[in-house]
Design a protein around this ligand. Structure first.
Ligand SMILES: [Zn+2]
Length: 114
């Protein structure tokens, strides 16, 4: 992965540290990477700031996405929210009789707690 520059010079290639390769059956491969430039000095030709400590790379099939830590954090948060929604949908519904016993109440019937 070579960084594009405004001038006609090239920056050194970015380094890619693979964090995970995930294989979901029947789907394109998913790769998570740490994409960074070694060193912290700005480019001597154009003054562009160095990209170290880097960005988060997400590759799904042929599609590559570079995210800031904030963007990746948002994605992680939204993925976690979606996971929770699915897991909550698989939970047993609350048991009013068991809950009443836990708190020391004795309901006449489960419907009386509704
Ligand atoms: Zn440059």
């Amino acid at each position: 992965m070579t960084e594009s520059t405004p001038g006609n010079h090239e920056h050194p290639p970015l380094y890619i540290r693979n964090i995970a390769v995930l294989d979901f059956e029947g789907c394109p491969e998913v790769s998570v990477d740490h994409v960074f430039a070694p060193g912290t000095e700005p480019c001597t030709d154009c003054g562009s700031p160095a990209v170290a400590p880097g960005l988060i790379g997400l590759t799904i099939g042929n599609v590559q996405i570079l995210m800031t830590p904030a963007g990746a954090e948002l994605l992680r948060n939204r993925l976690g929210r979606a996971v929770n929604l699915v897991l909550e949908a698989q939970e047993d519904p609350p048991d009013p009789v068991r809950e009443a016993a836990r708190f020391g109440a004795v309901p006449d019937s489960p419907e009386s707690l509704a």
